[in-house]
Design a protein around this ligand. Structure first.
Ligand code: GLN
Length: 561
């Protein structure tokens, strides 16, 4: 297309949580559907260098990329809505920007000048934006936070300068606001939008397009009012109506002609979009036949954002099986302590077609997770353990089947005589917490004729399309391998391999050198599988992850019996 990259900056106003991430992802999806090459980047205003060290209760999930960056959860949306496989340069924080500038200052790079927010911090921000957008037709840059926050000011100043640097024909500002409906007055209110745009204009940014989040389509008179007061064209006032599913948003914004307006303003020649895949997804959700309940036993259950990718992956798995997945969260601490309480909690699991223990850190709630796994194993309920959930599956098996009563993970008991889960060799001398886990994509060789092998293999036969991010590859020696993303410090302790080799506990996925256990399963159960990696980071509605697809399928079958 154009030799020059076009830039779309997405800011948010009025309140947070309006869905800026989904809006940016949807813009990405629509532009890709028009045949354009895109990238999406998130700028986070906080001072942490990355979200890796932040409490999931505060910040939600940490999304991990193939290259091992611990990033904002919005990057998960970007990948789920587009064909992108992002890297560490697709997300940066104020902390990273200041870190880079201070390092430069210490090296004497600024030649004795006074180092200031303008131009040094803003130049660094612009450099990071340019770096990610090289060779792309369009770069979509989402600015975290809400206009008016002190923290995001340097970001806004940098993107203001961008128009002068790159030319007005190459830069577009999209502002997302809220238009609330006040039921007592029976009116939609435009004032918060007016104020937010005023704030933005005071910084020197004039939005070209305003996306208004509302519970209904905005009537023409409201759009005209917003256009007049905010100095935009009326057809550049776009409604982002609440939708049942986030995956309806690309279609709904397309209907509002958002992508048409974007390419008009940026003067891009692009084909009309092929949205057939999105229509199929949208219809798929509308035509589900029945539902299945999946129980998640975790410790961050009060903030659903902590399990964002997991939730979405289960929804994708449901879509692939024409069912809706009813995700039930259980606090793992309810499954420990007083015997009656535990029994009552376990009984609540009886409605579930499958039980899942997700990733997690720290010892709180571990005993409860182990009890839930025992319950699943004894009753042959489909079980899916992810990362911590796999580690606890082995602890449970060691304690209750192999007779190692005191088996544990070193993470929870440093003095256990039977550390079936131990610290990885290269993790033993780590002093810094940020960015030092085993992070990112690693290959895993699948053992033939196991549950894991069959699942991945079957899936790859059916759907090795361009959208499939879960490709199965074959080595020259005929071995089959996959690539999945990791985020952990502990691993299965190979000293115990012989004891676990009882004919029922199967190591179905190993690192290519055979030294790290990646997947294990129980051969005498219907579907009992744990993986050391996080498959939820590679699922999308366009290509649901095979493990989630099959887990939901077996849960449906289990409930039918
Ligand atoms: N806490 C475990 C470890 O560090 C599991 C991590 C996870 O579940 N992501 O190995």
């Amino acid at each position: 297309m154009n030799s020059k990259t076009k830039y779309i900056f997405v800011t948010g106003g009025v309140v947070s949580s309006l869905g800026k991430g989904i809006a940016s992802s949807s813009i990405g999806a629509l532009l890709e559907a028009r045949g354009l090459s895109i990238t999406i980047q998130k700028l986070d205003p906080y001072i942490n260098v990355d979200p890796g060290t932040m409490n999931p209760f505060q910040h939600g999930e940490v999304f991990v990329t193939d290259d091992g960056a611990e990033t904002d959860l919005d990057l998960g949306h970007y990948e789920r809505f587009t064909s992108l496989s992002l890297t560490k340069i697709n997300n940066f924080t104020s902390g990273q920007v200041y870190d880079a500038v201070i390092n430069n200052e210490r090296k004497g790079i600024y030649l004795g000048k006074t180092v200031q927010v303008i131009p040094h911090i803003t130049d660094q921000i612009k450099k990071n934006i340019i770096k990610v957008s090289e060779k792309k037709d369009v770069a979509i840059i989402e600015i975290g936070g809400t206009v008016g926050d002190i923290e995001s000011l340097p970001f806004l100043e940098a993107i203001r300068q961008f128009k002068l640097d790159k030319g007005r024909e190459n830069v577009l500002y999209i502002h997302l606001t809220l238009v609330p409906y006040i039921s007592t007055a029976d009116e939609l209110k435009t004032k918060p939008t007016q104020h937010s745009v005023k704030e933005l204009r005071a910084i020197g940014i004039e939005p070209n397009i305003i996306i208004c989040r509302a519970d209904r389509l905005l009537p023409d008179d409201i759009r005209a009012k917003i256009a007049l007061f905010c100095n935009v064209e009326q057809d550049a006032v776009i409604t982002a109506k609440d939708e049942k599913s986030i995956y309806d948003v690309p279609l709904s914004l397309h209907k509002e002609r958002l992508d048409a307006k974007i390419i008009e303003y940026l003067n891009i020649w692009a084909k009309s979009p092929d949205l057939s895949a999105w229509s199929k997804i949208s219809n798929g959700f509308k035509n589900v036949k029945g539902s299945v309940q999946i129980g998640i036993i975790g410790k961050y259950v009060d903030l659903k954002e902590s399990y964002k990718s997991l939730n979405e992956s289960l929804i994708h798995g449901g879509l692939a099986n024409n069912v809706s997945v009813d995700i039930m969260y259980f606090n793992s601490e309810d499954f420990e302590g007083d015997a009656d309480k535990v029994k009552e909690s376990l009984n609540k699991l009886s409605c579930c077609g499958g039980i899942l223990v997700p990733g997690g850190f720290g010892s709180r709630g571990i005993a409860g997770m182990v009890n839930a796994i025992t319950y699943a194993r004894q009753n042959d309920i489909p079980y899916f353990g992810i990362c911590l959930g796999m580690q606890l599956m082995t602890v449970e098996y060691a304690r209750n089947v192999l007779g190692l009563d005191d088996a544990d993970s070193l993470e929870f008991n440093e003095n256990t005589p039977n550390p079936v889960i131990s610290l990885m060799e290269n993790q033993k001398n780590i002093g810094k917490m940020g960015g030092t886990m085993r992070l990112g994509a690693y290959p895993c060789v699948l053992k033939k004729n196991t549950l894991a092998y069959n699942i991945y293999y079957k899936n790859s036969k059916k759907t090795n399309s361009e959208n499939n991010k879960n490709l199965v590859k074959t080595n020259l020696d005929g071995s089959v391998y996959i690539s999945e993303r990791h985020r952990h410090r502990f691993e299965f302790n190979n000293r115990y391999k012989d004891i676990f080799n009882d004919g029922k506990f199967v190591f179905s996925g190993l690192s290519p050198d055979g030294r790290l256990v990646e997947i294990c399963e129980l051969a005498d159960r219907k579907w009992f599988l744990g993986c050391q990696f996080h498959p939820e980071f590679k699922s999308s509605p366009l290509s649901p992850h095979p493990l989630f697809k099959e887990f939901v399928a077996v849960a449906v079958k289990y409930k039918k019996k």
